[in-house]
Design a protein. Structure first.
Ligand code: SF4
Ligand code: MG
Length: 331
């Protein structure tokens, strides 16, 4: 709620803070129990920072992170540890941060030890059970990270997260490094585990194909702000924000209708140090008007949008009716 994450930039005389990277700039959203919410956007939009701020891996600059009625940002660091088992994170390569001399069994054992979730004498059985849950087997428990493929390593990362019985798992580009066929297997595994353990996922990805596969709801971020939010079908089949349309235009799918909505994304993502005034997308938006340079658009539900579907654009309805036209005809 009202989450901000600013990183100071030191410089100049005596290394004072001269500016801030406004990585996440006042965003609010809800994740319901048992659902998968994805955050998508280009790199640098603030999606990973949002995940890290929820876990307080980075202390949020402002705003609340309310988990089951409790504001996590208000908890002393020591008490946060109690919640660490409720909130887990899986990274692109879960083994990148792990000691290469630890076996799979060591890794899982350590996670359970820190959170004190399973008595010592039951741990071996639990480790084997976890490995089987993620599609590995008992014979692999005493192997080392380098003996596994990328997909298997991600299964181990999932087993490690599961070992402490979490409620919410943040998956930060969790399948991005995997081949497409392996991606599908890991996504299917995440799906099955969700049903079995009533897990909730916050899925962070730049890959719209993956997001379409896994999500119930989707959040689109651009330069630290949410520009559109809605259920999967609203976002993919009825996108309203020009930026969302541009992202979708970049996916190669045959669709006779898409010419009408096709937007080519030009130029670079602006710097979050000095984001554009008004609508942050105005420097790249083909529909931008004078108002867009001045007024910050709010995230609201416009005419023709379903319940829960909101976009932050001044001209959603005008664009829809063809009254505001793109500046250059996109071919
Ligand atoms: Fe484009 Fe203006 Fe809408 Fe921003 S508010 S997305 S610049 S039309
Ligand atoms: Mg990222």
């Amino acid at each position: 709620d009202g989450l901000k994450q600013y990183f100071p930039i030191k410089g100049g005389f005596l290394g004072r803070t001269v500016n801030h990277v406004k990585a996440v700039d006042d965003i609010s959203f809800t994740i319901h129990e048992g659902e998968t919410v994805s955050i998508v956007g280009e790199s640098g939009c603030g999606k990973s920072t949002t995940g890290r701020a929820i876990l307080r891996l980075e202390e949020p600059t402002e705003g609340k992170v309310v988990f089951n009625g409790e504001d996590l940002t208000k908890l002393p660091k020591g008490e946060m540890r109690k919640h660490r088992k409720d909130l887990q994170i899986i990274f692109q390569d879960p083994y990148a941060s792990i000691n290469p001399r630890q076996t799979v069994s060591d890794v899982l054992n350590e996670a359970m030890e820190i959170q004190k979730v399973v008595p010592k004498k039951e741990r071996r059985d639990r480790i084997i059970e976890l490995l089987e849950t993620v599609g590995l087997n008992a014979a692999q428990a005493d192997r080392y990270p380098h003996e596994f493929s990328g997909g298997q390593r991600q299964r181990i990362g999932i087993a490690r997260a599961l070992s402490v019985n979490p409620k919410l798992i943040i998956c930060d580009e969790a399948v991005s490094a995997l081949d497409v066929s392996i991606q599908a297997q890991v996504l299917n595994l995440l799906d099955e585990l969700q049903d079995e353990y009533n897990l909730t996922y916050l899925f962070i990805s730049h890959d719209l194909g993956v997001v379409r596969h896994i999500s119930d709801r989707v959040i689109v971020m651009y330069v630290g702000k949410i520009v559109e939010i809605g259920d999967k079908h609203s976002i993919f089949d009825n996108p309203k924000h020009p930026y969302t349309k541009a992202l979708l235009s970049a996916i190669p799918v045959p669709d006779p209708d898409r010419e009408r909505n096709h937007i080519v994304l030009r130029g670079d993502v602006p710097s979050p140090i000095d984001p554009p005034s008004g609508c942050r997308f105005h420097t790249r938006c083909p529909f931008a008007q004078e108002k867009c340079r001045v007024d910050v658009p709010e995230l609201v539900r416009h005419d023709g949008m379903q319940e829960g579907h909101e976009a932050a654009c001044h001209f959603v309805e005008e664009i829809e009716r063809g009254e505001v036209k793109p500046k250059e005809l996109q071919v």
